[in-house]
Design a protein around this ligand. Structure first.
Ligand SMILES: O=C(O)CCC(=O)C(=O)O
Ligand SMILES: [Fe+2]
Length: 225
């Protein structure tokens, strides 16, 4: 499942991010690319241990914790501290699949979902579409600043060349409590339907109570905690 999560960051937060990122020390993104990705990766990145990256990463994590749509769709177990990248002057990232496992502070996590949080507005650059392949074809994603796209980490994806301006984004991975994309999508649909019914019938209605029970009992079957 691919899902857009709108307005993860406020206008004020975006302004603060821009100020910090404008003055940050960017490095060649190939330094953190894996064996295969290094051949197709051409962008800039903030060093993972840069103080700016750590501070802004925490702001994003706090925003995600309070975002009901993100929680419902991702059912997160672990979230890698967000990283920051920049594409300019024709830079791009060719087709690749992300690493299955990442390590951070001695802890390992499986990547079930990939996320890009757009920090530049679409009008600030040409190109820079994130193209994500699935069985329905290739989906082009270019979102408003502050919006996030969530997509299966198993997908082949790429970023087209940025031919004008600069595309700055945060990117990170999530290990979900529910590893299987199809099961997680079913839970998300069910959660949405239950919430809709709650609004229409009132939360105390017997069908709402029963369906909420089905949601929790499916989650109990499928969740790894
Ligand atoms: O810049 C993006 O939107 C995606 C970056 C990416 O695919 C990666 O770093 O693995
Ligand atoms: Fe990637």
């Amino acid at each position: 499942m691919m899902l857009r999560i709108p307005q993860v960051l406020s206008e004020q937060q975006l302004g603060e991010f821009r100020q910090v990122l404008l003055h940050a020390r960017w490095m060649d993104g190939r330094a953190t690319a894996g064996h295969q990705a290094v051949k197709v990766k051409d962008n800039l990145q903030l060093p993972v241990d840069a103080p700016e990256a750590k501070a802004l990463g925490q702001v994003i994590l706090q925003a995600l914790e309070r975002n009901p749509l993100f929680i419902s769709a991702a059912l997160p177990k672990k979230i890698l501290t967000p990283r920051f990248n920049c594409y300019q002057s024709g830079q791009s990232y060719g087709a690749h699949v992300d690493n299955a496992v990442f390590g951070e502070q001695g802890e390992r996590m499986r990547t079930d979902l990939s996320a890009t949080l757009f920090l530049s507005a679409p009008g600030e650059y040409d190109g820079g579409e994130l193209l994500v392949d699935d069985t329905y074809g290739s989906h082009s994603v270019k979102l408003a600043a502050g919006d996030l796209i969530l997509y299966p980490a198993s997908s082949l994806h790429r970023v087209t060349p940025v031919t004008r301006g600069a595309r700055i984004a945060a990117f990170f991975w999530i290990q979900s409590m529910v590893r299987d994309d199809a099961e997680r999508s079913l839970l998300f649909q069910l959660d949405n339907s239950v919430q809709q019914l709650n609004r229409e019938l009132g939360g105390g209605h017997a069908s709402c109570v029963q369906l909420a029970g089905v949601y929790h009992n499916l989650l109990r079957r499928w969740a790894e905690v």
